[in-house]
Structures are given as C-alpha cells and as structure tokens.
Design a binder for this molecule. Structure first.
Ligand SMILES: Nc1ncnc2c1ncn2[C@@H]1O[C@H](COP(=O)(O)OP(=O)(O)OP(=O)(O)O)[C@@H](O)[C@H]1O
Length: 285
C-alpha cells in the first residue's frame, strides 16, 4: 500500500465533469453511483491504535489497541456510551491528534508521516459534520459552503451551486443560518463538508439535535452523498436507530476497547418512518 506524499498532494479536479468524482486520481475511471459493483478497498485503517492522555486523575487510556478497517464507500457506524472513546477516534481519523501507539492510514497514507503542509492537504480530503452544525452566523448559506474552498484560495462556483441543489437549498443561498431550521443547517453543513470533494466524511452525532423526520432526511442525504460522490461515511452516534437505518457495519466501543464489529442485516435495516410510525413502534413495543 502506497504511503507516498505525492499521493496526498494530488490536486483535486476542477472541471465541471469532475463534479461527482472523489478527490483521488486512481478511481477516476470507476463508476461512483453503483457501490455494489466496486470491489472493496480499505480507505480507513487503524492498526494497533492506542491513545493515552495525561489527566489530573492519572493516565487515561481513551483507545486501547484498536484495529479496524473501513472500506471505500462504506457507511460505517461507531457506537458506544459516553467515555467509550468515540470522539477520540474521530480526532485521530481527522488527523487532529496522533495515536500514542499504532498507525492511522487514510487512503493508504500514514497520517503521522505527513508534515504540516501535507497534513493540511489531507484534511481537505476528510470532511467533518458536527452535531452542532458549526456554521458561521454572519455568512450566508452559500458563503458557508464556499468557506473550505476559500481557505484553499480556490473558487468553484459551479460546484457550490450543484451542492446547493444537492442539499435542496438552492432557493435559500442568500439566507443566514439563523433563518433556517436545524435540519436545513445540517444540510448546509453537509454541503460545506463536501465542498472539497472529500474521500471520507466523518459525522459526529449528526442527527442528535434533530427530530425523527429530520433525522431520516439527513440520513438519506448522507446515503446520497456516498452514492453520488463515492464518499466513505463514518457516523459516530449513540443512536442505534441511525446505524440500523444506514450502516452496513458498526463498531461497538466500551472504555476504549473495540468490543465487536456488528453487521447490520439488510432485512433489519429500518425504513424511514413518519414521527407517528416511529412513536407507535417505540411505545407499542
Ligand atoms: N484531551 C483529553 N485529556 C484527558 N482525557 C481525555 C481527553 N480526551 C478524552 N479523554 C478521556 O478519554 C475517554 C474517552 O473520551 P471520548 O471523549 O473519546 O469518549 P466519547 O465516547 O466520545 O464520549 P461522549 O459520547 O461523552 O462524547 C474519557 O475517559 C475522557 O475523559
């Protein structure tokens, strides 16, 4: 598996016909809309990863000897109770921190091997969606989506327009976040995360602040992002329903240890339901 820096430095495609391509050259000829026909290729790989922190209460082991592979275009859940190590795992995948032991590879690149510049480039290939949306209140919808491109001193107005359409907010592009609902804010946040054509989309409790119907909309949107952009989607959540609805597999963590990787049977996948149907299902059982 390649660990070359040149791989990281590949410039993303800027032409309109590149809109649906993931930000990587070696998959350029592959169809991105039919995940089932593409052979599995590891995109996220953790090998023997441990992460320890020096805290007032002594050394805390947030992750303990974790080995895990997530394949290209997979929708993968990370489950666990509070303190299980989920956020720590996301920080390692996003390159915000490095493991105390072990390695984290994204697209075959060992994140710890990258210098600051290469790491910045790599971060643009990893989109993040947060529970609290993290939008800039003094920027319009369109400006929020453009932000990651502006940071790279790039412009891609056609792509931004296509993203506005992708998240069904083309008619709200001049509005400010305060004028939008929670679900709409999360749709902007997803469009912003996709603006750099990331290969991996990290979602940190993306639906925890949303009601049942809006949750279903956002999960459908994440699935569409996977299908249309070829993005691998990692969803950290404590909501089992979320995993059941969209993920094929999920890793369950307890006190930093990966307990098991569960496979969600297709027949078990929850169909998106109305609020009433969901309430019936929960209250009647
Ligand atoms: N920067 C840090 N310094 C010290 N301890 C930390 C740090 N970050 C996390 N921890 C500890 O590591 C453990 C795992 O924390 P982490 O935030 O990853 O769990 P989590 O599963 O995301 O929990 P939650 O669902 O509550 O966010 C906890 O015991 C936490 O207190």
């Amino acid at each position: 598996m390649s660990t070359s820096r040149a791989h990281v430095d590949d410039a993303p495609g800027d032409r309109p016909q590149d809109l649906a391509k993931p930000n990587r050259d070696d998959t350029a000829s592959q169809p991105v809309t039919d995940a089932s026909r593409t052979p599995a290729r590891p995109v996220v790989e953790l090998r023997d990863v441990s992460k320890r922190y020096d805290a007032d209460r002594g050394v805390v082991t947030a992750l303990d000897d974790v080995t895990l592979t997530i394949d290209e275009r997979e929708m993968f859940g990370i489950l666990g109770e509070s303190g299980a190590g989920k956020s720590t795992l996301l920080r390692l995948l996003g390159g915000l921190e490095h493991p105390s032991e072990g390695t984290v590879h994204i697209d075959g690149v060992d994140l710890a091997s990258l210098d600051r510049r290469a790491m910045n480039r790599m971060r643009h290939r990893i989109g993040t969606v947060f529970q609290g949306f993290n939008l800039l209140g003094n920027r319009t919808v369109r400006q929020n989506i453009e932000l990651p491109l502006r940071i790279q001193h790039r412009r891609d107005p056609e792509f931004v327009t296509s993203l506005l359409e992708f998240v069904s907010l083309a008619d709200r592009s001049g509005h400010y976040p305060a004028q939008l609902s929670g679900g709409e804010k999360q749709r902007i946040a997803i469009a912003r995360a996709l603006a750099t054509r990331p290969n991996v989309l990290l979602c940190d409790e993306p639906t925890s602040a949303l009601d049942t119907n809006t949750t279903a909309d956002i999960l459908r949107l994440l699935q569409n992002a996977r299908d249309e952009f070829g993005t691998t989607v990692v969803i950290v959540t404590h909501e089992l329903d979320v995993v059941k609805t969209v993920c094929a597999r999920a890793a369950v963590f307890e006190r930093g240890r990966l307990q098991e990787i569960l496979t969600v049977r297709a027949s078990d996948r929850a169909e998106s339901t109305s609020y009433l149907e969901h309430a019936r299902a929960v209250l009647d059982s």
